[in-house]
Design a protein around this ligand. Structure first.
Ligand SMILES: [Zn+2]
Length: 155
């Protein structure tokens, strides 16, 4: 390191210096050198301009969307997947179990001619309602997934 010319060793670490990644001692040494060296000062301001350009572009991109929802997606992704999976299992289980019992119950009732019309109507309503609820949940899941994709692309 010592046989390097001081400017070279400073310029090598300029971006680390800008990012405050050096030890306090190194940071201090860089600071002293740059203050007394026009060449390194010029390079530093060039690098600063470049970095702020990059940061500006990134910030613009992030600010163009709701930063709070970005954070929520970043933080809650595993939770969201777990809950999506849980809901999926719950719905499938409920549909299978419910379907099985309701179907048995229904076929028994429908086979019995003494069952009044409103019970048949109730059974029909129950099935339609269950189906609509299922469609509603399914659609919510799909919309949520589409929104996620859209947001991911924006990042
Ligand atoms: Zn220098």
């Amino acid at each position: 390191m010592n046989n390097l010319n001081p400017c070279e060793s400073v310029q090598e670490k300029l971006s680390a210096y800008l990012d405050n990644e050096l030890t306090q001692q190194e940071q201090q040494r860089m600071h002293v050198h740059i203050k007394n060296c026009p060449e390194c000062t010029a390079l530093l301001s060039e690098l600063t301009a470049l970095q702020s350009d990059v940061k500006g572009t990134l910030l613009e991109g992030i600010e163009s969307m709701d930063s709070r929802s970005l954070q929520a997606i970043m933080q809650d992704k595993p939770a969201r997947w777990l809950s999506a999976f849980g809901w999926g299992l719950l719905i499938i289980g409920a549909l299978l179990l419910g379907g099985f019992f309701v179907w048995q119950f229904t076929t028994e009732l429908l086979a019995d001619n003494s069952v009044p019309w409103w019970v048949r109507f109730g059974i029909l309503g129950f099935y339609c309602g269950l189906f609509l609820l299922f469609l509603g949940v399914l659609r919510q899941r799909l919309v949520a997934r589409k929104t996620d994709k859209y947001k991911k692309v924006n990042i």
